[in-house]
Design a protein around this ligand. Structure first.
Ligand code: AN7
Length: 352
């Protein structure tokens, strides 16, 4: 399958002169979630848009291919971003592909191991800071302006353009828009982008009504829910540990125009959804991604409206579970090795 720019060139700000920097991103599966659908009941179908199957393991690649291609077209001398991890992994990979340097500024000690490994192996200059994502973002905005290095956080408009394509794919695959779309919210670029995609489909009469946009923030990092900046955001879902989202207005617009909402989910609810997805649906996403499913289940259990009977719900799973292996194995104890003979193995299998 071709990359996004090739597939959607007529709907992206590119021209034949744009050098395409692609890793064949997008075209991710829309996986039915039978166990979740059964829980929700009333013949409602839940689908998981598994963005963790993008080339670097997260949805960020959709925006990155457009941002980096445009940067190359403009003759950029390098890329910079602040990141809770996934943006840095994606930026590092596309910078390697484009052959330009990449600097990533990260909150020290708060980035999942897999993401850090990616940034390093792709050759980015990794700079951990004593400060959170929000401070890192302020700094890279200042430095990119003064040094003429391209900022590839989602404040770069090309990131949002690339990420809007997720909505095109969902509509193509379902043959219609879902009734509700749940997704995790951190810096709020993704909800802004997905809403732009649906809005464009609405304007061009490809769908009659768009879905309700249901953004899910971690309770300890839920500035849009509380209506004020969170100075010291906390959550186990480090990807969305963000207290002052850059696309705050975009998120508000998405929920206002779509009659949706932004809700907060507790870390325990995120972890429950994370384990449910892995053990019941066979889908291993990272904790932040499970916030979408946590939000769906929270509203369902609270008796709040989620989607009409017989309707369709899409939950975006933004990143791959392998990004955060430490969390996956935390709290488990690996059994001691047993002898390699069949009897010992049978015994270890606990077959009675
Ligand atoms: C797995 O990498 O902000 O609301 O610096 O990695 O568009 O910010 C990551 C965000 C959801 C939130 N799920 O998306 C970064 C970064 C995962 C993420 C989000 C992120 P936005």
């Amino acid at each position: 399958m071709a990359g996004l720019i090739e597939r959607f060139s007529h709907r992206l700000p590119v021209s034949p002169e744009t050098p395409v920097i692609s890793l064949e991103e997008g075209s991710t599966p829309l996986i039915p979630a039978p166990a979740l659908s059964q829980t929700i009941g009333e013949d409602r179908q839940v689908y998981l848009k598994f963005e963790g199957l993008n080339p670097t393991g997260s949805f960020k690649d959709r925006g990155m291919t457009v941002a980096v291609s445009k940067a190359m077209e403009e003759g950029s001398r390098g890329l910079i971003c602040a990141s809770t991890g996934n943006t840095s992994a994606s930026a590092a990979a596309y910078a390697a592909r484009a052959g330009v340097p990449c600097w990533v500024v990260l909150p020290a000690g708060k980035v999942a191991t897999g993401k850090l490994a990616q940034a390093i192996i792709h050759g980015a200059r990794v700079i951990p800071i004593d400060g959170n994502f929000d401070i890192a973002l302020q700094r890279v905005i200042e430095i990119s302006n003064s040094e003429g290095i391209t900022l590839v956080n989602s404040v770069n408009p090309y990131r949002i353009e690339g990420q809007k394509t997720v909505s095109f794919e969902i509509i193509d695959e379902l043959g219609h828009a879902p009734d509700s779309h749940f997704l995790p919210v951190g810096n709020a670029g993704n909800i802004t982008a997905a809403w732009r995609g649906y809005s464009e489909e609405l304007e061009s009469n490809r769908i009659p009504i768009p879905p309700r946009m249901m953004g899910c923030q971690a309770a300890g990092s839920a500035p849009i829910v509380s209506g004020s900046v969170v100075e010291n955001p906390e959550t186990i879902a480090t990807a969305i540990r963000i207290g002052n989202p850059a696309s705050w207005q975009g998120a508000l617009q998405a929920v206002e125009q779509s009659n949706g909402t932004i809700l907060a989910v507790e870390d325990e609810e995120i972890l429950a959804a994370y384990h449910h997805l892995a053990s019941r649906e066979g889908v291993f996403c990272e904790p932040a991604s499970a916030a979408s499913v946590a939000g769906l289940l929270k509203r369902f259990h609270a008796g709040l409206e989620i989607c009409p009977a017989g309707g369709t719900i899409v939950c975006t799973l933004t990143g791959n579970g392998l990004k955060d292996p430490d969390l996956a194995v935390a709290g488990t104890i690996l059994p001691d090795p047993v002898d390699a003979d069949l009897d010992s193995l049978r015994k270890a299998m606990d077959l009675s």
